[in-house]
Write a protein that binds this ligand. Structure first.
Ligand code: ZN
Length: 219
């Protein structure tokens, strides 16, 4: 059996959150507030955990980890890591949870497939592809520096995103994937306009005028 990452599943899950969340209205957004909103999961720093005698050594070198603590799911995060990395790691953990990943697997291939899926999920939430393509079509140059400053991601995540973007041809997406695109662009219109106003924003007025002229011509 081979394990192919289910990009579609991760993409749709992220898009549903991008559309439904009341916390995300622009970028960057509060990751802790989003996690509280969608799953009612609290985030707690390693420092605070240590004060409550949680064995943080067991968390290893992770920036964040989702685990059960006294019957409740909690995300513990390393407050010493840079914000950008913690934000990504928190969403990476949430992705595992929402995508029903098997976290106890000893299967290396399955583990890697799950890692790719949840990273793709986190990247889509933090830097939605639709917004990047829209900004690009408006003439904005999408490079790592832009992603780092406008979406608050690490240099590593920014470079990875650019690499992925080069590989994706959005025209090949299925209909159910595409149906989110317009709704997402509509929801984040103010954010997009604040970065790069749409060219010929008022074109549709002209179109409407022309259509009206045509209609009048029929009478
Ligand atoms: Zn993971």
């Amino acid at each position: 059996m081979t394990y192919k990452p289910d990009f579609k599943k991760a993409y749709i899950l992220a898009n549903e959150i991008l559309l439904k969340s009341r916390i995300i209205n622009a970028f960057p957004f509060s990751v802790t507030q989003l996690i509280k909103e969608i799953l009612d999961i609290q985030c707690c720093s390693f420092k605070r955990a240590q004060e409550h005698n949680v064995d943080i050594e067991a968390f290893g070198s992770n920036s964040a980890i989702l685990t059960e603590y006294f019957g409740r799911q909690i995300i513990f995060y390393n407050q010493l890591d840079i914000d950008e990395r913690v934000r990504f790691s928190m969403l990476h953990e949430i992705g595992h949870y929402l995508l029903n990943h098997d976290m106890d697997t000893a299967n290396k291939e399955l583990y890697e497939k799950q890692e790719i899926e949840t990273n793709f999920f986190a990247a889509q939430l933090l830097m939605p592809e639709q917004t990047l393509l829209e900004l690009q079509s408006r003439g904005k140059t999408i490079d790592a520096d832009f992603l780092i400053t406008s979406f608050k991601v690490s240099k590593e995540a920014a470079n990875k995103r650019i690499g992925t973007m080069h590989k994706i041809n959005p025209d090949f997406r299925s209909k159910d994937e595409k149906e989110f695109d317009d709704l997402i662009l509509m929801k984040y219109k103010m954010f997009l306009d604040s970065i790069m106003p749409a060219k010929n924003q008022y074109n549709w007025f002209e179109d409407e005028y022309e259509r009206q002229m045509e209609r009048e011509h029929w009478y």
